[in-house]
Structures are given as C-alpha cells and as structure tokens.
Design a binder for this molecule. Structure first.
Ligand code: ZN
Length: 146
C-alpha cells in the first residue's frame, strides 16, 4: 500500500466513525431515499436551498457499509454552501472518476472525495460510494423542477 492509499484509508475510516452531516433530514425542503440492495446500504438525504440556489442546509441519515457512510460524510462537508450547478458538476466528476475505474483522475473540485478513487477498482463498491451522491443529485433535480 502506498502512503497516499494509507492516508485515504484513514480518511475513510475517520469519516465512517464520525460522520459529517448525519442528522434528521425530514424537515428539509427536498428529501430523497436511496437504496443499494447489493450491499444493504440505505440513506435518506435532505437539502434546503436558499434563494440564490445555494445549499443552505444538508442532512442525511442511513445505515450501511463504511464506504457508503464515509462517502456521504465527505460529500456533505464538500457540498456545504455550494450552489446547485457546482454541486451537480461535482457529482458528475465523482461518478466519472468511479465509472472510469479510477482512470479519470479526481479534480481539485472533489477535495477529500478523491480518497474514493481506489474504490473504483471494486465494481461492487462503486454503488456504495455513489449512494449519498445519487440521493443529493435527486434532491437538486427536484429543486430545479420546483
Ligand atoms: Zn456498501
């Protein structure tokens, strides 16, 4: 294992032990429930956007493997106060990084989410890592339509 992989592993463990943004999302304007049956992960994520289309609050609750929980946590930290377009672009970049099996290098925009690049090697874990991001994407699309 390289030093960087070790660092990333530690970051994922830290986030799964002490998840960021975990709380009751039910009072927020847009909520979405996402399930990953192949692993048993589930998450309910909610967001409220301000008048300028920025994420004013974000909360999620759920249970599952450490990758799914850590990824939702890292994402919550990364997306704080992001505007809708930036958030959607980051979700697209994260998905591309994972789907490319790690061939597409994470951009600076992804911050600590770069830690999940190694996950891309394991096809079964990609859905785990995407879970919270897909839920946020659904909330943002819904907010766009409203
Ligand atoms: Zn999982």
């Amino acid at each position: 294992m390289s030093d960087l992989e070790g660092l990333y592993r530690e970051l994922i463990m830290d986030h799964s032990r002490d998840p960021y943004g975990k709380g009751d999302p039910s009072a927020l304007a847009h909520t979405h429930h996402e399930l990953n049956p192949s692993c048993g992960d589930e998450i309910t994520l909610g967001v409220t956007l301000d008048d300028a289309g920025r994420i004013a609050s974000l909360a999620w609750d759920g249970q599952g493997c450490s990758i799914s929980m850590a990824s939702a946590s890292v994402m919550s930290e990364l997306m704080e106060h992001a505007d809708r377009d930036t958030a959607l672009a980051r979700i697209g970049e994260f998905r591309e990084m994972l789907r490319s099996r790690g061939a597409v290098e994470p951009t600076e925009e992804l911050g600590d989410a770069a830690a999940f690049q190694g996950v891309a090697k394991y096809v079964m874990r990609i859905k785990c890592a995407m879970l919270g991001w897909v839920a946020l994407e659904a909330c943002l699309r819904e907010s766009q339509a409203a």
